[in-house]
Design a binder for this molecule. Structure first.
Ligand code: TXA
Ligand code: MG
Length: 347
């Protein structure tokens, strides 16, 4: 199959209409969102959902996120509750995904066999326009091959999906850079399943009774069933071995400078550290205090690390709170919990 790629904005009606026709015909289209690129298909068409799994090489029990144009559109596919609308008012459209009991109309193929469905209302104007034009809820996981970092540019999508899907909509670099915050809710409680731009602190302002699921910060225990199937898969792993350095206990610059002499390694350093390191395979993440930029750059840099063909990658252990918790969660899994130094230290 030939994969066509088009630069678009929300005004590109001709291309977006063609994309909407493909979705209505059960085909796959890669879509820009404010978080990462999604691999979209008609969420109500079980065969279309199955083709998402085969294009990604994704385990069939890992459910998809269903994207709607407006928060109220969740009514057609799920059973909402007052807390859903309280959260929607504050965070939708935007990078928050809410798990709700599903209606019959949603095929089990979309939800990995679960009785719940993940609802997300993206703020990206291209994604919203496409959902409106298709008149359908669009199931879209991140548009990477399973196990690779999520794509934040159309080029990343092409690298993984060339020849497997008919169309990629190129809306430029995704603003946020990591996937949406995923939560499950009951009438009066929230459980955070995957951290993202919407933070635990912001959720607590809407509902005091908010917890973090254990697997967000730690490894699943032997035999433990995760609250979200995605938690059990190794994710975002670069080909090189990634090590996180707890810089409270190890001098990051001194340590990595030494490694640069003896190993074929890449270093994900802060901008402030560039001048102190050897100018070889440096992957600057942004300024030390600029968590937004570090989030935006995260998957771009993990993919670059692969392209460099290095054996090892060294990075700072991110803080596990606030907006940095999203980076922590991705990095700790990308490194298979290889942390050097005190906190969580294994090395
Ligand atoms: O930002 C995002 O959320 C992106 C863009 C494209 O919207 N999508 C995305 O989808 O990251 P995906 O499939 O890569 O991640 C979905 C996560 C998985 O960890 C999955 O296990 C979880 O959400 N999930 C989906 N439906 C669920 C459900 N019914 N119950 C529990 N977890 C669910
Ligand atoms: Mg994904």
């Amino acid at each position: 199959m030939k994969t066509e790629i088009f630069k678009v904005d929300e005004g590109s009606l001709e291309i977006l209409s063609r994309a909407a026709e493909l979705i209505k015909n059960g085909e796959l289209v890669a879509i820009p969102t404010e978080t990462v690129y999604g691999l979209g298909a008609n969420a109500l068409d079980k065969d279309a959902c199955l083709s998402i799994f085969s294009a990604k090489g994704r385990p069939s029990d890992n459910p998809l996120i269903v994207h709607v144009a407006k928060p109220e559109d969740a009514e057609k596919i799920s059973f909402t509750c007052p807390l859903y609308y309280k959260l929607a008012e504050k965070f939708m459209p935007g990078p928050l995904t809410i798990i709700l009991p599903k209606r019959e109309i949603v095929p089990k193929e979309a939800t990995g066999g679960l009785d719940t469905v993940a609802i997300r209302c993206p703020s990206h104007l291209v994604a919203r326009r496409l959902i409106e034009l298709s008149g359908l809820p669009i199931a879209a996981p991140s548009a990477n091959s399973s196990g690779k970092p999520s794509p934040t540019t159309a080029k990343h999508v092409l690298d993984d999906m060339d020849g497997k899907i008919p169309m990629i909509l190129d809306g430029g670099e995704c603003e946020v850079g990591v996937e949406s915050t995923v939560i499950s809710i009951t009438d009066n409680s929230i459980t955070l399943l995957r951290p993202g731009k919407v933070t635990i602190e912001e959720l607590k302002n809407v509902c005091e009774n908010t917890q973090i699921a254990g697997a967000v910060k730690e490894e699943l225990k032997e035999g433990e069933t995760p609250l979200s199937p995605g938690m059990k898969y190794k994710h975002y792993a670069p080909r090189a071995e990634l090590y996180l350095i707890d810089d409270k206990y190890i001098d990051f610059v001194a340590f990595t400078k030494q490694k640069q002499k003896t190993e074929k390694c890449a270093v994900m350093c802060y901008d402030e550290e560039i001048s102190q390191l050897e100018n070889k395979n440096l992957l600057p993440v942004g300024k030390k205090e600029d968590i937004k930029m570090q989030t935006h750059n995260l998957f771009i840099l993990l993919r670059k690390a692969d392209d460099l063909g290095v054996d090892t990658v060294y990075a700072h252990l991110p803080a596990d709170e606030g907006e940095s918790l999203a980076i922590y969660n991705r990095m700790i899994r990308a490194c298979a919990h290889r942390v050097l130094g005190g906190r969580n230290g294994k090395g």
